[in-house]
Design a protein around this ligand. Structure first.
Ligand SMILES: NC(=O)c1ccc[n+]([C@@H]2O[C@H](COP(=O)([O-])OP(=O)(O)OC[C@H]3O[C@@H](n4cnc5c(N)ncnc54)[C@H](OP(=O)(O)O)[C@@H]3O)[C@@H](O)[C@H]2O)c1
Length: 270
């Protein structure tokens, strides 16, 4: 990790992994622009960034709101002649069987609105600047997308969430394919389960071993600084390879194990 400190725009920075990444980038001397809806939480994270030695600004915004996002982007472009990294990390998760979603198309719409469309909206808004920077020698932009190891496996019960993450991954691939040669690059980060507000929403996960937010924040820092195409666990990469070669077999083997794991976790949390 040798890249000079720069400016990073981080969404979902009011809690969990995004907040930890902001503080760790701050400790490396980065300037971080913190985006999320909760202003008080953003202010607390900004204080932690400053205490760690970094520079922080806060931008309370609902990223599903087009006009509000446009206004924040104008502020960011005005304040920073160079933006080095955009971390698209804000998201919501829904755990619900497809059979119980038959009257709930809005689950899919709301999840896509923040996990996919908001990430695309912000990326499109910053892309002209990234291309301009790359062309005039100020350095291209790097776009990081927070995704999940669950999209590398046949995981049940998260159809809305995982479809939105698959969309994000596909967009990242296209962006890199179209603009990588011109200096606009991407990293997709495939997190395993991480102990945050998001995973805490499912009661049975209290009994599951998980990665710490601090370590997960380190994965975003690695993505921002080293700019690899992806950051993944070995298990995630192996599952992905297995799914591309033998998807039917792997699905048959894994899904009963996952159902057993859920039953075990439910017993432990009773
Ligand atoms: N935790 C896990 O087990 C896990 C596993 C795999 C992947 N991930 C991914 O890691 C990323 C971070 O999640 P986390 O675990 O750190 O969860 P978290 O603590 O719940 O963070 C989610 C963040 O998204 C922001 N957000 C949600 N809706 C928003 C909106 N409409 N506008 C602006 N900001 C919004 C939230 O801030 P406000 O509420 O203040 O707006 C919050 O800062 C997500 O992309 C998630 O999918 C997490």
């Amino acid at each position: 990790m040798s890249r000079r400190p720069g400016v990073a725009v981080i969404t979902g920075a009011s809690s969990g992994i995004g907040a930890e990444a902001a503080v760790q980038l701050g400790a490396r001397g980065w300037t971080v622009c913190l985006l999320a809806r909760r202003a008080d939480e953003l202010a607390d994270v900004a204080e932690r960034v400053r205490a760690a030695g970094g520079t922080a600004s806060t931008h309370p915004v609902d990223l599903t709101d087009d006009d509000a996002t446009t206004a924040v982007v104008a502020t960011l472009l005005e304040a920073h002649p160079v933006i080095d990294v955009l971390v698209n990390n804000a998201a919501r998760s829904i755990r619900r069987p497809i059979r119980e979603s038959v009257d709930r198309l809005h689950d899919y719409e709301r999840t896509m609105a923040i996990n996919y469309l908001a990430a695309v909206r912000l990326t499109l808004a910053l892309l002209p600047r990234f291309l301009e920077q790359a062309a005039d020698g100020r350095g291209g932009g790097h776009v990081v997308f927070s995704s999940t190891m669950s999209s590398q496996l046949p995981i049940p019960l998260f159809s809305a969430y995982l479809a939105s993450k698959a969309a994000v991954e596909s967009f990242a691939r296209s962006l890199r394919a179209e603009h990588g040669h011109a200096g606009v690059t991407t990293t997709v980060v495939y997190f395993p389960m991480v102990r945050t507000e998001m995973s805490g929403a499912t009661a049975i996960y209290a009994a599951m071993p998980m990665m710490s937010p601090r370590k997960a924040g380190g994965w975003l820092v690695k993505a921002a600084v080293d700019r690899p195409t992806r950051v993944t666990s070995l298990a995630g990469a192996a599952s992905e390879a297995g799914m591309s070669i033998l998807p039917g077999v792997l699905t048959k083997v894994i899904t009963p194990q996952l159902r057993r794991m859920d039953r075990r976790l439910a017993r432990r949390t009773r």
